[in-house]
Write a new protein. Structure first.
Length: 388
């Protein structure tokens, strides 16, 4: 009988580090979000808001976090997408099929549910519930330890990576403002130079990173959201057949800790600070709040589980190894945790509407909390029944 192909030890180790780092980062992210909520609803709230909007050089502190530091986060996302697509869990079509179909359903269903609730209203927020936060989701699944099959963790990671790619495309296509063509042309020229460095076999990271800073500035001035410069840079970093010491793997390894434990917590501190006590009484039941919360809690699970179940029933693919339908449903619920990407898209969708922005953030927090709790409890129950 033919033995299954196992990934090389280096790739398996990289995946384990990826899952562990993201899970640990999820706990820090939760703490930062809670602290931001407490600060925003305390007597320190006005001073905290003034601090975030204060200028630090050419940009406000909040802009440095959302436009500059988050570009580094998107660089890491791009590196993970490239590695997994070339040499990892998404390297072949059979491996891509189930998480790819589930991710497609998980982006479409929440968006449609949001639009149904907000028809004729704030439709620009349709993409907010379409994103999955891998750090939070893996943080929750890590609490269950060995009760969840490793195949489900890999499925969730692969789905979230495809989901991140979808979010990047959505931001590029639907949340880009008026374009400044000279700066856009400059960014294109820098990308050509980066591609030539890759083709010439340059493996030192310094020239890529220096040109990446220039690329970020040009993209910032071009009208395209500056964070997309991180993804563009990632796709030019040499992968060298997925070897552990390749420039891509080295940069990804270096970025994990600062992104998970510094950049994302700072993003949460800056953007989860919703002054709930200062909102109008109807904000909790506003269409935007309900649309985002329902999209994450109901739309995500319907799309992810429904599309995955249909693909399995049609025999296009199979369930993850050693996993049952209840466990797949639990993971689909965890996909409704949309914190980082959902709040980021909120900032773009409602940049000039503070009340709608606050309502959307409420929906993100409520939907993510309920999805995470429901997914954890269902996976815990499934594990209990298996033990029995």
């Amino acid at each position: 009988m033919t033995q299954p192909n196992h990934p090389p030890r280096s790739r398996a180790s990289a995946l384990r580090r990826f899952l562990t780092g993201q899970a640990a980062g999820g706990a820090v992210l939760i703490a930062a979000a809670l602290l931001a909520l407490l600060l925003a609803n305390s007597p320190l709230g006005p001073g905290y808001a003034a601090l975030l909007h204060g200028d630090v050089g050419p940009l406000a502190l909040e802009a440095w976090i959302n436009d500059a530091l988050m570009a580094v986060f998107f660089l890491l996302v791009g590196l993970e997408i490239k590695r997994e697509t070339l040499h990892g869990q998404l390297a072949s079509w059979p491996r891509r099929l189930l998480p790819g179909i589930a991710a497609a359903g998980g982006m479409a269903a929440p968006a449609l549910l949001y639009l149904a609730i907000n028809r004729g209203g704030a439709t620009k927020g349709w993409a907010i519930p379409a994103a999955t936060d891998i750090a939070f989701a893996l943080g929750v699944i890590a609490l269950l330890g060995d009760r969840v099959p490793a195949s489900l963790r890999v499925f969730l990671a692969a789905l979230a990576i495809i989901d991140d790619l979808g979010a990047v495309v959505i931001i590029a296509l639907f949340y880009t403002g008026a374009l400044a063509l000279p700066y856009l042309a400059g960014a294109g020229a820098v990308l050509v130079v980066l591609a030539l460095l890759n083709r010439a076999g340059v493996t030192r990271l310094t020239p890529y990173l220096l040109l990446g800073v220039l690329l970020w500035w040009l993209v910032l001035r071009s009208g395209v959201h500056a964070t997309l410069a991180g993804v563009m840079l990632a796709f030019t970093i040499p992968a060298q057949d997925g070897r552990e010491g390749s420039p891509l793997c080295r940069l990804e390894h270096w970025l994990h800790t600062p992104v998970a434990f510094v950049i994302l917590p700072l993003f949460a501190l800056a953007n989860a600070a919703v002054p709930v006590l200062g909102l109008p009484p109807g904000a909790l039941a506003a269409p935007v709040t309900l649309g985002v919360a329902a999209g994450l809690l109901l739309g995500k699970v319907a799309g992810v589980f429904g599309f995955a179940a249909l693909a399995v029933r049609l025999r296009w693919t199979e369930l993850p190894a050693h996993a049952g339908w209840t466990q797949l449903l639990g993971v689909a619920l965890l996909c409704g945790i949309g914190f980082t990407m959902s709040i980021f898209i909120t900032l773009l969708a409602f940049a000039d509407a503070p009340l709608l922005q606050a309502e959307a953030k409420l929906g993100v927090l409520a939907g993510s909390l309920l999805s995470g709790a429901a997914g954890y409890l269902l996976l815990r129950l499934a594990a209990f029944r298996t033990d029995r």
